[in-house]
Design a protein around this ligand. Structure first.
Ligand code: AGP
Length: 594
């Protein structure tokens, strides 16, 4: 989704920093990009275009623009098509104010009408443009940038993070956030406002995470924060955070794509996920044990990890437990009360639906919010009573890979503490098992070659392996654009068998253990109707046309080992089909709008 990076400096030209920041935010997904630079003579130069950041640079020489204050943006279209006019920055009628925005201004139609009635002329179809005009109005009236941003913020409904640049304020940025992320970066000479710390991490690892509903005034020397009523917040409430992510982890190393690199990082990241403070894990387990019921909420891959947690909580800890897609959270509301613990899971900690679910649960006086998040300092962490971090470093590929396996392991660690069972074992041993699962790579490449032309793919499994089938199907859809479904093996005869044709590939997750025989019978039924079975199993079986061997393990670690070959399959299907696995079409890494 849209990415913001803005910079103000006491002595540096900021254009190259903005360009670098935009590149670091590319992973969020976007269709156009732009910058606005304020030069020493008080005029704002705007360069924006449809396409990639490198094209913006090639066409407009952005890095050569002069200015010690500027704002930049990658746009993922919501309101208004993909066009140069709709790209950000958006500028006020008089050209004195430029803004970049992430989010949706829900009441923009009414605001636009009112502004047009006052004589404002709009040039784009975006909701965001109203912000430029609102800030312009406020600035004319109040003569103060913060007051102008506050006036605009208080008129808008929806979610937003925006940053404004004023032509007559050469050393100033003003930003505001409401349910969308905005982080301050404190460099020696240059300061930043960004959607994501990654955008300025090359310059500084000192960050200040703004709270929701705050307006910020940033100069090279000062940082002031206000609430939406205009009251200045005490600087004591602004803790500087040292961002622990290494910049090295942002390079592709020797891999062709981030996605492949991140898949290969998993032997290390599953171990890092387990390196939790035992006291914090104990506290989390305590919250679970104390709760009358547990509701897990998440989206996408994080939802699949939540499904795995639910199974263990229900079957082993005998807890009343529900998993609800965050976007469907409303239906769970009648069952939320002070006896409920909400467990929210998210790689980014910024997924709009997850944050909204937390909000709804709070309104129902939920007993507590425990989250599992990769991005420290994210909105979800700030809205939780307790968070366990996934520790898997920045995940740049749009497809969740290492964050999924980290979530599974952090969940296992916590549930082990609840049940008193030692299922996780030695982290180093786990790392070695994941290494062995990665040995499936040549076979997955070969299978991708063989099946990349097929229109449909099915993934089936039972019990604790069914979420793996769902995750395998999601990965394949995202990266290869092939229709794929993950389903319980038990459901086959209730419809899906009708879809099987000669040569239809079906991935059957069939590890040793409970359900193995039944799953194999289902594979037989599929093969009898022409399906080609790819078995994810510890041992070959005559019904498997291809066996992807996974190492033996106990049940709680198995999903991690089973999913690794499926991630590789999706990756190679993408490259076979000439798709860009890091930037799948139409998708964004961090879904910050509903
Ligand atoms: C998974 O590969 C996806 N990119 C997507 O489904 C993702 O898991 C989902 O958007 C949730 O994101 P989060 O974990 O950051 O909340």
């Amino acid at each position: 989704m849209c990415g913001i990076i803005a910079a103000v400096s006491s002595e540096e030209e900021v254009a190259p920093l903005l360009l670098e920041g935009l590149k670091r935010e590319e992973y969020r997904g976007y269709d156009s990009a732009g910058v606005a630079l304020l030069d020493g003579r008080g005029s704002i130069a705007v360069k924006k275009d449809v396409g990639m950041v490198r094209e913006l640079e090639a066409r407009h020489g952005v890095s050569k623009l002069k200015g010690q204050a500027g704002i930049a943006h990658t746009r993922w279209a919501t309101h208004g098509g993909v066009s140069r006019e709709n790209a950000h920055p958006q500028v006020s009628c008089d050209g004195e104010v430029a803004i970049v925005h992430n989010g949706i201004v829900e009441n923009y139609v009414a605001l636009k009408k009112a502004l047009e009635a006052k004589g404002h002329v709009f040039v784009s179809e975006t909701d965001s443009e109203v912000i430029a005009h609102l800030v312009e109005e406020g600035y004319e009236k109040e003569g103060d940038p913060v007051a102008a941003a506050l006036a605009a913020a208080n008129l808008m409904r929806g979610q937003y993070a925006f940053v404004a640049l004023f032509s007559d304020r050469p050393r100033l940025l003003v930003g505001a956030r409401y349910d969308a992320p905005l982080v301050v970066g404190l460099g020696e000479r240059t300061r930043f406002l960004a959607s994501d710390v990654l955008a300025f991490l090359a310059e500084t690892d000192k960050a200040v995470f703004l709270d929701n509903k705050e307006v910020v005034e940033l100069t090279p020397e000062s940082l002031r924060v206000f609430n939406l009523k205009g009251r200045e917040m005490s600087p004591k409430t602004r803790k500087e955070t040292h961002v622990a992510w290494e910049l090295g982890s942002l390079s592709k190393a020797n891999y062709a794509h981030y996605t492949l690199k991140e898949i290969h990082e998993q032997p290390a990241t599953v171990q890092a996920a387990l390196a939790q403070d035992p006291e914090k894990v104990g506290e989390a387990a305590e919250r679970i044990t104390r709760a009358r019921s547990v509701v897990l909420t998440a989206a996408g891959s994080s939802y699949h990890a939540a499904l795995l947690m639910k199974l263990r909580l229900a079957l082993e800890a005998k807890m009343r437990c529900e998993v609800v897609l965050s976007g469907e959270f409303e239906r769970e509301l009648p069952f939320i009360d002070e006896g409920t613990l909400l467990v929210a899971m998210s790689q980014s900690g910024e997924t709009a639906d997850v944050l909204e679910a937390v909000k709804m649960a709070r309104r129902k006086k939920v007993g507590g919010v425990l989250s599992m998040v990769n991005a420290a300092g994210s909105s979800l962490v700030r809205q939780s009573d307790q968070s366990l971090l996934l520790n898997c470093g920045p995940e740049v590929g749009v497809a969740a890979t290492k964050s999924f396996t980290a979530q599974v392991m952090v969940g296992n660690l916590m549930i082990d503490r609840v049940t008193g069972r030692e299922s996780v074992g030695d982290p180093r041993r786990l790392g070695q098992l994941v290494e062995r699962a990665l040995e499936s790579e040549p076979l997955m490449r070969e299978l991708a070659r063989r099946y990349s032309g097929r229109p449909d793919f099915y993934f089936i499994a039972r019990g604790g392996h069914y979420p793996v089938a769902q995750e395998g199907a999601l990965k394949l859809k995202e990266l290869s654009y092939i229709h794929a479904e993950g389903m319980p093996a038990s459901e086959l005869k209730h419809g899906t068998l009708a879809l099987i044709e000669e040569g239809t590939p079906v991935v059957v997750v069939a590890p040793n253990g409970p359900g193995y025989d039944d799953t194999i019978s289902n594979a037989q039924e599929l093969a009898a109707r022409g399906a080609e079975i790819i078995g994810i199993a510890q041992k070959p079986h005559p019904v498997f046309k291809h066996t992807v061997a996974i190492p033996a393990s106990n049940g709680t670690v198995a999903p991690v080992l089973e999913v690794v070959p499926l991630q590789l399959l999706a990756y190679f299907m993408a490259t076979e089909r000439r798709n860009d696995p890091d930037h799948p079409r139409n998708l964004a890494k961090s879904v910050t709008v509903k």
